[in-house]
Write a protein that binds this ligand. Structure first.
Ligand code: LM2
Ligand code: CA
Length: 490
């Protein structure tokens, strides 16, 4: 496998200490409610086949709650990945960069996105709207050495690197106090420091208990699952030990960037793993226009479809390796719609804040608290609301259980395929396309979900006829998508 020079792969934890007995770890402000068994709402297990999640990157809790009610739930999104909720460093001198959040100071739920009660209300509101919350869990490390090496953090806690009063002390961190330098050595990748971030001894019982306590607290609040940040930098057996002690059966997907030393397959005993090979292949192929090469796309060899979390871009690749992002406009939507239509992996739709400088944080008040997010404000991109994206969310769920049928391509930049009797989609990165397609759809009039939706029984976009033989005559413009499924047969 390719060796990646990107700096954020994650791994290893071991620390020792203070256990769950530390009330500090759960927030101390007066609005905090202690976790109690009675507040447990049972978390869902792995998303069902056909489920789609949105990554509401850096969205504040109140705004996520509103979007769950207004759009995500009604449009069939099953889950949301939210940015890390724990206390983090505050780097005012650096303009509050987005990556503050990946330097935990404590496990109090008090961040630039809101406090514990905001978080808890968001979870309840989203759950009410049928949307699960998946928390980005930073377990590998605490803070780094940078411009600010000591507190206070976003909840007011004092700290220094390797010393987090009431939570971790020096002995809870890996012996290796140097940056990972040999990326061919799994031990180094897992037990030395990623980006000089204080590396937790996750093999140590006290550290495991503290991390389990944090995650179980979130589950108590109704959280349904976790993205494990920097999973590659944590020994798989440590993650397994931590996850096996969680309440209920949370959905877990682990951030593992495959390289010569570490395979995502090492992590599939604990949950899904991120499929970066799929992202590179999809994103690169759509960018180059050669869609025919996507026939049978199945990501990294190390993962099966039900073990892979897939995406076109994520918050790191859109900055470091921007093959395709929202900045590419229509081709980006073609890629996302393809991912949603094609039955591989558990798809994640990116939802970004607009940026020029890759370091910039989201729109914020002068104290660093993130400003409310909404899709009318162009600072928030809202890829998840783009019609060819949002329309294909329901397509995926309607098509669940049907494999790819009726594949057609022009050998180049135009492809079409069906999902048996349930759906049919066309993707065009070439010139305007007009032709007849053989589908397996039942006869009828269909609303194209890539151009509109059914409102009060009427299609707000284009409608198409499927004749008795399943034949479709359609015109699909350059850089656009057509999506028909039986849920929108008029
Ligand atoms: C991840 N996955 O494994 C996240 O997806 C990625 O966004 C995180 O990096 C990384 N792991 C650690 O959780 C980001 C960001 C880094 C930033 C770190 C920590 O991409 O640039 O590193 O968060 O805030 C920053 C500085 C870096 C410095 C480090 C420690 O950019 O130069 O290293 O803080 O002070 C000396
Ligand atoms: Ca580690």
């Amino acid at each position: 496998m390719k060796h990646r020079t990107i700096l954020w792969p994650v791994s290893g934890l071991l620390a020792a200490t203070v256990l769950a007995a530390t009330p500090l770890a759960y927030g101390t402000s007066s609005t905090d409610t202690p976790p109690t068994a009675s507040s447990v709402s049972s978390p869902s297990t792995a998303p069902t086949e056909g489920a789609v999640m949105a990554h509401m990157f850096q969205w504040p809790w109140d705004s996520v709650a509103r979007e769950c009610t207004d759009f995500l739930g009604p449009n069939g999104y099953d889950g949301v990945q939210v940015s890390p909720p724990q206390e983090h460093v505050v780097l005012q001198g650096e303009g509050f960069p987005w990556w503050q959040d990946y330097q935990p100071v404590s496990y109090q739920l008090d961040s630039r996105r809101g406090d514990r009660s905001d978080f808890s209300e968001m979870v309840a509101t989203c759950n009410e709207a049928g949307v699960d919350i998946y928390v980005d869990a930073v377990l590998n490390h605490m803070t780094g050495s940078g411009s600010v090496e000591s507190g206070p953090g976003s909840a007011g806690s004092e700290f220094e690197k390797y010393s987090y009063p009431g939570i971790y002390e020096n002995s809870d961190f890996s012996e290796c106090r140097a940056d990972i330098s040999n990326w061919d050595d799994p031990d180094e990748i897992r037990n030395c420091e990623l980006l000089s971030l204080a590396d937790l001894r996750t093999g140590e019982e006290g550290v495991r208990s503290t991390l389990t306590g944090y995650l179980n607290d979130l589950i108590d609040l109704g959280v349904a699952g976790f993205r494990i940040d920097a999973a590659k930098h944590v020994p798989p057996q440590d993650l397994e030990a931590i996850v096996s002690r969680l309440d209920g059966d949370p959905y877990v997907f682990q951030e593992v960037i495959e390289d010569s030393a570490i395979s995502p397959a090492e992590y599939t005993g604990t949950g899904e793993a991120t499929d970066f090979a799929y992202s590179e292949e999809l994103s690169g192929t759509v960018r180059d226009g050669s869609l025919a090469q996507l026939k049978g796309i199945n990501g990294t060899e190390a993962l099966n479809s039900d073990q892979a979390t897939v995406f076109v871009d994520n918050h790191d690749t859109q900055r470091n390796d921007p093959t395709l992002t929202y900045k590419d406009g229509d081709p980006y939507n073609v890629a996302t719609a393809f991912m949603l239509a094609h039955p591989y992996g558990t798809p994640k739709v990116m939802s970004s804040f607009d940026f020029e400088d890759p370091e910039s944080g989201p729109p914020a008040a002068s104290n660093g608290m993130t400003s409310p997010a909404n899709c009318e404000d162009e600072d928030w991109v809202c890829e998840h609301r783009q019609q060819p994206v949002a329309g294909m969310v329901e397509f995926r769920s309607v098509a669940a259980g049907s494999g790819v049928t009726d594949w057609w391509d022009n050998g180049n930049d135009q492809v079409a395929f069906g999902r048996g009797e349930n759906g049919f989609a066309v993707f065009n990165r070439g010139a305007d396309l007009s032709r007849t397609f053989q589908t397996s759809l039942p006869e009828g009039t269909y609303c194209d979900v890539a151009s509109g939706s059914v409102v009060d029984g009427r299609c707000t976009g284009e409608t198409y006829e499927i004749d008795t033989g399943g034949v479709l005559s359609a015109s699909v413009a350059s850089d656009s998508v057509l999506g028909l499924h039986v849920g929108t047969r008029l």
